[in-house]
Design a protein around this ligand. Structure first.
Ligand SMILES: Cc1cc2nc3c(=O)[nH]c(=O)nc-3n(C[C@H](O)[C@H](O)[C@H](O)COP(=O)(O)OP(=O)(O)OC[C@H]3O[C@@H](n4cnc5c(N)ncnc54)[C@H](O)[C@@H]3O)c2cc1C
Length: 373
């Protein structure tokens, strides 16, 4: 039984059903929905991964499996645009990306500010900034990816129920009883993919997860042609105070140039999230547009509020439950998990069915927080 059919849950249902397992996926909202962490038309995918070089093998598998998903669906799911990471000397986004590049021998270019400004005229770049150009970066279409995995999971024989929240679960005999408003279900194995609700579902994980409120904005640029898909890469700009903004080229079918901040926002409770955009939310993106992307600094089209579920070290948690070997947990994606969903779907199916994964995920285990299995 898979609890939460969002990003990770939908991918896991697909892989579990592909392995021939009898799967029930329960989702409290719609399948797909915009209430969790997966909405907003685009999610960045990068190979020169600044967060940690150990993610690179998982990323390679993710790229492969996104290609397989789009082939199976006959729909575009991933677009490679290249990515530029900009920042002052010593910026985490540069140093971290370089260490992935060096450790895994990744194709890239290292540019000074003048060369970066010549190639990417969208940006006003301070003279001392540097730029790493990651040729493999691009974006994944999140709504399509989650809906696509859910559809293919159903076609592979999984049973998925939307609008059916899991209220509680407990061990019973060799398995578990899971209660919802509609029924009590018996499950041999459980996989929790509850995103921002994880702490409410699995109270005894031994790790504190912090949910934060994360606004995204779309504006209509003064010179739209500069910001079209094909005219520019995905981008991250780290500022001198260590904060950063990121964004995407404009996508057909979702009007506007998307900009957001990756700084952790205000702590939130997933059930009481303030989903109304505030003027202060717009000011956060206005600042980067005014200072660094002036030709995009046009009227606001829309804002949406999303949630990060942060682990203490901002790296993912993908492991067995500390006390129940037949319970698998995927959480704490800390604002950078979407791009991995294709590979993590495989990992979660393997952990659930085999007790171990063939992909290198040891660094994502609970033991790094001193939690004993
Ligand atoms: C603004 C923003 C920008 C981001 N940008 C990027 C990016 O560029 N690149 C990237 O890789 N990642 C990005 N991320 C992160 C990425 O989107 C998340 O890491 C990922 O979506 C988390 O997946 P999940 O499955 O944990 O959560 P979700 O996709 O939210 O799925 C959890 C599901 O569990 C369901 N659920 C919860 N409780 C219950 C219950 N009791 N019963 C049944 N169902 C339940 C929820 O309704 C939800 O559908 C971004 C996130 C945000 C918010």
């Amino acid at each position: 039984m898979v609890v939460g059919v969002g990003t990770m849950g939908a991918a896991a249902c697909y892989h579990l059903a592909g392995r021939g397992a009898r799967v029930l996926g329960l989702e409290r909202f719609d399948i797909p929905n915009a209430m969790g962490s997966a909405a907003g038309f685009s999610r960045m995918i990068r190979l020169a991964y600044f967060e940690h070089p150990d993610y690179v093998p998982l990323l390679r598998r993710s790229y492969q499996l996104w290609d397989e998903l789009q082939a199976e669906l006959g729909l575009e799911i991933i677009k490679i645009t290249g990515g530029v990471y900009l920042g002052p000397p010593g910026a985490e986004v540069l140093e971290g990306s370089l260490s992935s590049v060096r450790q895994h021998d990744l194709p890239h270019e290292w540019l000074d500010a003048a060369e970066a400004a010549r190639r990417f005229p969208q940006f006003k770049i301070p003279d001392d900034f540097r730029c790493l150009h990651d040729h493999q970066a691009g974006l994944v279409l999140p709504e399509r990816a989650v809906a696509g995995y859910a559809e293919l999971a159903l076609r592979r024989g999984a049973e998925l129920h939307g609008q059916e929240p899991v209220l509680s679960w407990e061990p019973a005999g060799d398995g578990f009883i899971v209660r919802t408003p509609r029924a009590n279900y018996a499950a041999a194995k459980l996989l929790f993919c509850g995103g921002a609700w994880t702490s409410k579902l699995v109270a005894d994980l031994g790790v504190r997860l912090t949910v934060t409120r994360q606004p995204m904005a779309w504006v209509w640029p003064k010179k739209p042609a500069l910001f079209e898909l094909g005219a520019m890469p995905v981008w991250i700009m780290e500022h001198r105070d260590g904060s950063n903004h990121y964004g995407f080229p404009m996508l057909p079918g979702s009007p506007g140039f998307k900009v957001a901040s990756h700084v952790r926002g205000a702590p939130a409770d997933a059930d009481q999230l303030d989903r109304a955009p505030r003027e202060a939310d717009e000011q956060v993106v206005r600042r980067v547009l005014q200072n660094h992307i002036p030709e995009a600094n046009g009227p606001l089209l829309s804002m949406r509020i999303c949630m990060y579920t942060n682990s203490p070290d901002h790296q993912f948690i993908v492991d067995r439950h500390p006390r129940h070997s037949n319970v698998t947990i995927a959480c704490g994606f800390s604002g950078h998990g979407f791009k991995f969903a294709s590979a993590l779907g495989q990992v979660l199916a393997e952990l659930t069915l085999d007790g171990r994964s063939s992909l290198p995920i040891e660094f994502l285990g609970l033991s790094r927080f001193g939690v004993k299995q």
